[in-house]
Design a protein around this ligand. Structure first.
Ligand SMILES: Cc1cc2nc3c(=O)[nH]c(=O)nc-3n(C[C@H](O)[C@H](O)[C@H](O)COP(=O)(O)OP(=O)(O)OC[C@H]3O[C@@H](n4cnc5c(N)ncnc54)[C@H](O)[C@@H]3O)c2cc1C
Length: 496
């Protein structure tokens, strides 16, 4: 056989893929990233993100060396409590109800901070999320919910920074290469991939392959099959190209299916958004400030505990709750107290919203039954207990004797004008995937590594079940991408 064209071939061009490519390039010379999308749509879901990356730290002094943007005068007003390995692990265990794979979870948590440092050495730039992860209390800007760090320029910046590094280190990036299958040698080792390209089918050989081609969230049929009825109608929050061929090809050569195949990350999303992600607005179509108002369905009834926890720990499951309502529709309702706390995303040009001086008028403008909505608001207001509102803690300001309860931040909806935002469900990514070991080697049904095949990012299952702590997707792609690239490069060198 002729010498393979590449040492390490990475399928996909999102954050997990580039992390794998940089890591492989530290050990071997010939690394290639293969991307299905055209150049103008490169970057996968990672492009659409806010760039929020959940990582552990002891305080601002730990983070300062990584921050490319920090206003020291503003920093003097920050309250930035530590976010420890135990905190991150506890969050993963709580939101997944203890089902997260303990080995993968430990690696994610313990490698998170070193991986930030490693990404920074590879040209990724970081800042504090001092806009949407901070509330001002008594003149101090307090961070909450573990979502402290983001990339400069969000997901767009992250992909630009990855591309610059790839160019600098001589990593090939080939677009319009849709991987459709693996080349498997006589001994069962993966030796390359087959791709569909505008010029026809091509075969690319490599000593090792890293699969980082995302989940199957952009394929309506696969959503209906695995997530259940109604999911084919969900909008897609990000890339239209994550349609699962890489994942299905891996299963086809014996990879083990793993994790929460009927589960997905899905959010509240502007009702008038298009069917797929918008490359200009990216994440701004999300509607994450529901803890500071109430959310009702088309019948005008509340259906979810809007204040169950910080939104970083509930927003990924609220999309599913909305999808289960009549027509997959919901309406977020705020008074002026809530409006003052809305994320900046709500203010983008063209955001779907309705304003009215009374709840009855708001209902009419939203197409809801005015009497019913007035009753819902009155019952909710009357059920609010004693307490002090504090958006930076789980303040326990809750309702009593109303179903469902609102467990925190329950302030009356009473100060006009009232504002309503119609929302639907948009899927972010699917939780089910293939199984990897601690070195990111893909395992077969008997837990044996498939030689030559490694994986990272959303194509991997086992970390997230039913829910997800915000900022963990990019971090898991980086942590396991780094491991996958290193293991793949070692394997490639062993085959030299
Ligand atoms: C709007 C939005 C906001 C988000 N915000 C955040 C955030 O702030 N923080 C966070 O942690 N997470 C966030 N997420 C989730 C985050 O995007 C994912 O967890 C993460 O990007 C997954 O990285 P990945 O590399 O596995 O997948 P992707 O970035 O989706 O990359 C997969 C790549 O594989 C390519 N591909 C697919 N099939 C093939 C094929 N057959 N052949 C070749 N290439 C293929 C795709 O085109 C794509 O480029 C957000 C997601 C969205 C949509």
């Amino acid at each position: 056989m002729s010498d393979p064209e590449y040492d390490v071939l990475v399928v996909g061009a999102g954050n997990a893929a580039f992390s794998a490519a940089h890591s492989a390039r530290e050990q071997v010379d010939r690394v290639c990233v293969l991307e299905k999308a055209p150049a103008a749509e490169l970057g996968g879901n990672s492009y659409y993100t806010l760039g929020s990356m959940r990582a552990t730290y002891g305080g601002l002094d730990d983070l300062r060396p990584l921050l490319d943007e920090l206003d020291e005068r503003e920093a003097a007003t920050f309250d930035l409590p530590p976010y420890t390995v135990d905190d991150f692990a506890a969050d993963m265990l709580r939101v997944t109800r203890g089902r997260t794979d303990p080995t993968l979870m430990r690696i994610l948590v313990e490698d998170s901070f070193p991986t930030l440092q490693w990404l920074h050495r590879h040209g990724v730039k970081f800042k504090l999320q001092s806009d949407n992860q901070v509330f001002e209390v008594n003149g101090r800007k307090k961070f909450w919910g573990g979502g402290t760090i983001a990339t400069v320029g969000g997901g767009i910046g992250l992909i630009e920074q990855h591309l610059t590094e790839a160019k600098t280190t001589g990593i090939d990036v080939r677009v319009e290469h849709q991987m459709t299958g693996f080349l498997v040698g006589p001994a069962g080792a993966v030796e390359g991939v087959v791709c569909r390209t505008p010029a026809g089918e091509v075969v690319i050989r490599a000593k090792a392959v890293v699969l980082a081609s995302g989940g199957f969230e952009a394929d309506a049929r696969l959503r209906a099959v695995h997530l259940g009825p109604g999911w084919d109608t969900a909008k897609v929050r990000g890339s239209r190209y994550n349609t699962g061929e890489g994942l299905m090809s891996a299963l086809g050569i014996g990879a083990q299916a793993y994790g929460n195949w009927s589960g997905a990350h899905a959010v509240a999303w502007d009702i008038n958004a298009g069917p797929y992600g918008n490359r200009v607005l990216t994440n701004k179509l999300q509607r994450h400030s529901y803890p500071f108002g109430i959310t009702v369905n088309i019948e005008g009834r509340r259906f979810v505990d809007e204040g169950e926890h910080f939104r970083n720990y509930t927003y990924a499951k609220i999309g599913s709750a909305i999808l289960r309502q009549t027509g997959g529709l919901a309406y977020q309702i705020f008074d002026q107290r809530g409006v003052g706390l809305l994320r900046t995303d709500y203010g983008h040009e063209g955001a779907s919203q309705v304003v009215a001086d009374t709840i009855g008028e708001l209902a009419q403008k939203l197409g809801l039954d005015p009497e019913r909505l007035e009753r819902t608001v009155a019952e909710y207001n009357a059920a609010i207990g004693e307490g002090t509102f504090d958006p930076t803690t789980l303040d326990g300001l809750r309702t009593n004797n109303v179903e469902p309860p609102k467990s925190n931040w329950a302030q009356p909806i009473a100060e006009p004008p009232f504002v309503g935002f119609p929302v639907g469900c948009a899927i972010t990514f699917t939780y089910g995937g293939i199984r990897i070991d601690e070195d990111a080697r893909v395992l077969d049904q008997g837990d044996r590594p498939i030689p030559g095949l490694h994986a990272a990012g959303e194509v991997v299952g086992g970390l997230f079940y039913e829910n997800y702590p915000g900022g963990s997707g990019l971090m898991s792609g980086a942590v396991f991408g780094r491991r996958a690239g290193a293991t793949a490069a070692r394997y490639a060198r062993s085959r030299a």
